[in-house]
Write a protein that binds this ligand. Structure first.
Ligand SMILES: Cc1ncc(C[n+]2csc(CCOP(=O)(O)OP(=O)(O)O)c2C)c(N)n1
Ligand SMILES: [Mg+2]
Length: 403
């Protein structure tokens, strides 16, 4: 089993230095390219510094290791931060970061893609990375049954995407306690303040209503982040976790901190020099956090204990697994009525009453009574995406071990 190693090896003073390095490198890479999102990277630098040094169980030399944790930047535009992380763990050189970022034909694209061996899924279209993460977490819990965790970084403006809430819905229904969402609440989106600004209580209420466990932290307090990340790894629970972090966009450089108008803009060279000076200069730390321990697939988890209410029925514990509900042919589930089985794809409803002209499109259900609901397509889409992005060998392995 992968063990949780709270606050073991790298001290928080060193983590603070690393966070400064991540900010400096985010500024340097985007300024060198003349494009990119340094301020979006700077708000999440402390979160990532704590994560990669103390909590992400990952063997950077073996990115295909099945027991590795997964790190998904749903806010893929913060690629300067992700690539600065790659430099900090020693898999990308300083030369590549400064001369390859956002350059034509190079692999450090403006938004991360699986061309890079440490990237699971391409992100950048806001609202996609979390559903992808749900797919990976579903695979981890129900198919591979391995103890890895899936860490997903989301922006706050991104939380306005409906797919984010579909993802939360499915994550809690399938009890994905192996999913940890880091929400970077820096108040600002692309153009001005988000609807909820720094109203963290409102975010927390919404997330809890969708079945998540929420841990609210100051996203620049390393000790608080560390504590929350330790608590988040208690996968014995049955809920996905959100680390709801209050942050400051552009944190670390006073000329842009918390200021509107700096989204998606590289600092001009003179400002970049001042930023690097304010952040304490260029550093070249190479640090790695805990590696995962080898693991065998665990026992098949029990079915979700609560089946949501359907029209004309009551919510509550059910003796039958959820896929015993009527399934459409598009989502054929295994016919056996007891677990073990792959997770249930909630294909409630039937195409019976759908107009013929719409039968080729994804089915929908809910109050109108036909087909599969938009929300229920979320897990299916995420799972499909996760499989598509997985290397072929691993995909085959998954099929072979389908329980
Ligand atoms: C679906 C989609 N719509 C719009 C964009 C353009 N876009 C890129 S970043 C961004 C704002 C993101 O703000 P937030 O989620 O708050 O992240 P931050 O940069 O503040 O960390 C927008 C609208 C996009 N990438 N994807
Ligand atoms: Mg924001």
């Amino acid at each position: 089993m992968t063990t949780t190693q709270p606050a073991a090896t790298i001290d928080l003073g060193t983590v603070a230095e690393l966070a400064a390095q991540l900010r400096v490198d985010s500024v340097r890479s985007s300024t060198s390219a003349g494009s990119g999102h340094p301020t979006s990277s700077m708000s999440a630098a402390d979160l990532l510094a704590v994560l990669i040094t103390r909590h992400l169980h990952y063997d950077w030399d073996e990115p295909r290791l099945p027991v590795n944790d997964h790190l998904i930047f749903s806010k893929g535009h913060a690629s300067p931060l992700l690539y600065s992380v790659f430099r900090a763990v020693g898999v990308v050189s300083e030369e590549e970061l400064l001369n390859g970022y956002r350059r034509f034909g190079q692999r450090l694209e403006g938004h991360p893609t699986p061309i890079l061996p440490w990237v699971d899924v391409a992100t950048g279209a806001l609202g996609q990375g979390l559903p992808d993460g749900v797919g990976v977490a579903l695979a981890g819990k129900y198919l591979e049954r391995l103890p890895y965790r899936v860490w997903v970084l989301c922006g706050d403006s991104e939380l306005a995407e409906g797919s984010i809430w579909e993802a939360f819905d499915k994550a809690s229904y399938y009890k994905l306690s192996n999913l940890i969402v880091i929400a970077d609440i820096n108040r600002l989106g692309q153009r001005g303040e988000t609807d909820l600004g720094w109203n963290l209580e409102a975010y927390a209420r919404r997330m809890e209503a969708f079945g998540a466990r929420v841990l609210t932290v100051d996203g620049h307090d390393l000790a608080a982040i560390d504590e929350a990340m330790t608590a988040a790894q208690d996968t014995a629970g049955s809920k996905p976790t959100v680390i709801l972090a209050k942050t400051i966009k552009g944190r670390g450089f006073s000329e842009v901190e918390n200021k509107d108008g700096w989204h998606g803009k590289p600092l001009p060279p003179d400002m970049a020099s001042r930023a690097i000076a304010e952040l304490g200069g260029v550093r070249s730390l190479v640090l790695r956090g805990p590696k995962p321990q080898s693991a065998e697939p665990g026992p098949v988890p029990g079915k979700p204990a609560t089946v949501p209410a359907q029209r004309g029925t009551q919510a509550g514990p059910s003796a039958t697994p959820p896929q015993s509900r009527t399934a459409t042919s598009r989502c054929s589930s295994p016919s056996s009525s007891s677990w073990p089985r792959p997770p249930a794809w909630p294909c409630a409803g039937t195409a019976r009453s759908r107009p013929r002209s719409r039968r080729s499109s994804p089915a929908r259900t809910t109050s109108s009574g036909w087909g599969r609901s938009p929300a229920s397509t979320c897990a299916w889409r995420a799972r499909t995406r996760a499989w598509r992005s997985a290397p072929t060998a691993r995909r085959r392995w998954r099929w072979r071990t389908w329980p």
